[in-house]
Write a protein that binds this ligand. Structure first.
Ligand code: MG
Length: 253
C-alpha cells in the first residue's frame, strides 16, 4: 500500500458527511434484520437510501462485488453476498456498508440479531463491539497502530473469543482501502505512528471458536473454518490529539 494520507480540514468535513450517510445506512439495515426478510431486500433498500442521499454505494462493483452491502450470517465472517436467502429466527447478521460522498468514503459494520438468539451469540456480539471500544482507547496521535491491535485482541481473547487474522482494518479516505493496515491482533508499540488527521476503519472480526477462516467457492463469502459463529463491528474514525472522533457515529451504536 502507498503512504498514509493525512486529511485536510476540508477532507475531514467530507469524511464526516460520508460517515453520517454510511451510519444511517447501517441503521436502516439493522432495522430490517428480522426473520422472513431476504438479504436481497436489505441490499435493495440500503442502495436506495444511499443513492437518495446523493451518495454512491462504495461496495457496488468494488473488485467486482455485486451488491451495496455485505450481509454475512452466523458462521459467515464477512463479504456475504445478498440474495434470496431468508433470514431465520435466531440468526445473527453482520452488516457491512460503505458510502462515497463527494469522493470520500465512510465504512462501517455491525452484527444484529433476528428475533432472539443464543447466549453464545449474544455474548459474541457484545465482546466484538466492546473490543472496538477497547481498541480505540489507544487511537490517538503519538500512539502506534499496534496499540489498537493489541487492545482489540487482548479483550476478545480474555473473553473467550478469537480474532480473525487474514482480514484487517485499514486507512480510509478517497479510497476505501488506504494505508495503513489496522490488524485486530499484534503487539503494542509496533506499527505506524498515528498522526492527527489520519482516518482509519477499525473493524474487529471476532469468532466464537478458532480464528481460522475459509473463502467459499463464490470467491467472496468468508466463513469460520470450524463453523463457529462470527461477529463484526466497524467504524471509521478520525485521529486527533485527544479522543478519536467516530465519523460513522449513530445513536444506536
Ligand atoms: Mg472496512
Amino acid at each position: 500500500m502507498s503512504n498514509i494520507i493525512i486529511k485536510s480540514l476540508r477532507e475531514i468535513e467530507l469524511m464526516r458527511q460520508a460517515g453520517r450517510i454510511t451510519a444511517a445506512a447501517r441503521t436502516l439495515a439493522r432495522e430490517m434484520v428480522a426473520p422472513g426478510v431476504t438479504t436481497a431486500q436489505i441490499d435493495r433498500e440500503v442502495r436506495r437510501f444511499i443513492e437518495k442521499s446523493g451518495a454512491i454505494p462504495t461496495f457496488l462493483g468494488y473488485g467486482g462485488f455485486p451488491a451495496s452491502v455485505c450481509l454475512s450470517i452466523n458462521d459467515e465472517v464477512i463479504h456475504g453476498i445478498p440474495g434470496p436467502r431468508v433470514i431465520h429466527e435466531g440468526d445473527i447478521v453482520s452488516v457491512d456498508v460503505g458510502a462515497t460522498w463527494k469522493g470520500y468514503v465512510g465504512d462501517c459494520a455491525g452484527t444484529y440479531v433476528a428475533g432472539t438468539c443464543s447466549e453464545t451469540a449474544k455474548n459474541l456480539i457484545a465482546v466484538t463491539r466492546q473490543s472496538f471500544f477497547e481498541g480505540i482507547k489507544f487511537a490517538r496521535a503519538g500512539n502506534r497502530v499496534g496499540d489498537i491491535s493489541h487492545a482489540v485482541q487482548e479483550y476478545a481473547e480474555k473473553n473467550g473469543c478469537s480474532v480473525v487474522r487474514e482480514y484487517v482494518g485499514h486507512g480510509v479516505g478517497s479510497e476505501m482501502h488506504e494505508a495503513p493496515e489496522v490488524p485486530n491482533y499484534g503487539r503494542a508499540g509496533r506499527g505506524p505512528t498515528l498522526v492527527k488527521g489520519m482516518t482509519i476503519a477499525v473493524e474487529p472480526m471476532v469468532n466464537a471458536g478458532t480464528w481460522e477462516v475459509k473463502v467459499l467457492p463464490d470467491g467472496w463469502t468468508v466463513k469460520t473454518a470450524d463453523g463457529s459463529l462470527s461477529a463484526h463491528y466497524e467504524n471509521t474514525i478520525l485521529i486527533t490529539d485527544g479522543e478519536p472522533e467516530i465519523l460513522t457515529w449513530a445513536e444506536d451504536l
